[in-house]
Design a protein around this ligand. Sequence first.
Ligand SMILES: C[S@@+](CC[C@H](N)C(=O)[O-])C[C@H]1O[C@@H](n2cnc3c(N)ncnc32)[C@H](O)[C@@H]1O
Length: 292
Amino acid sequence: MLLAPKPGETIVDCTAGRGGHASQLAQQLQGQGTLLLCDLDGGNLAYSADVVAQACPGVHILRHHGSFAEAPRVVAQAGLRASVVLADLGFSSTQMDDPARGLSFMRDGPLDMRLDPSAQLTAAALVASASEQELERIFRVYGEERMSRAVARKIVATRKAAPIATTHALASVVKTVIPATGPINPATRVFQALRIAVNDELGHLDALLAACVAPSSRAGSGLAGSAFWLAPGARVGVISFHSLEDRAVKQAFAAAESSGGRANKKPVEASEAELARNPRARSAKLRVLTLA
Ligand SMILES: C[S@@+](CC[C@H](N)C(=O)[O-])C[C@H]1O[C@@H](n2cnc3c(N)ncnc32)[C@H](O)[C@@H]1O
């Protein structure tokens, strides 16, 4: 509702995933308009393009296998102006549930964590090569983990004897340092931190937000070049899943208000019905910015 695409407009789904949001949005184009799907995961990108093509005949579908940080360039190079931009951050449940992706301590698998399986850096390589100080910073900053120093120290001591190559191996190391006190697995914050670092998640988010709120990104701003990628009055929605992401979105949208944008004051959270369908939505927050 808040993003309200109209027939003829261009939508960018920055995080195509399994095509659920993209289909809902593209249906509102009523067969007229363009949808750019982006995803780091080539499998999800192909799957979502098929889903949308079935659900929304007539909509012109473009794909970008890569980061949403590159979406502004892709849109501008295609000679388009986006009226709706959506980023639903993080990972899909299919990625989380696949032990081969190494995203979950619930299942044993290689310590991978790459959202783009063709990217260079795996979590195992990071855990094997980062200095103790760097690991400590990752756990403290990206995981907001209070025991970051002790976990980093323990990892460095453990990896001298044998590489920490699997999700269960890492979770066991963390468990020796952080006692389990409640229902939350003690490795939760360490896994989140590594995933953010491996995929440079906050770097990509910052780049996308900067491109959304920069006055030069809008057609008619008087500036020249491929910076134009948003139509006047464009709506930008970001769904975040943890406080680091939400803080970045909130700050960027507040800054955009000084150049005429309007942001919803309170983030939209999932309804009870949505939570029953998708328990992961418990921590989801949607913020929407409407540009001048
Ligand atoms: C929460 S899922 C999106 C689910 C989607 N909204 C749906 O309805 O199915 C997040 C998706 O974003 C992708 N992703 C995460 N970070 C990305 C980035 N920086 N650039 C492009 N895709 C990204 C992930 O690979 C994953 O497929």
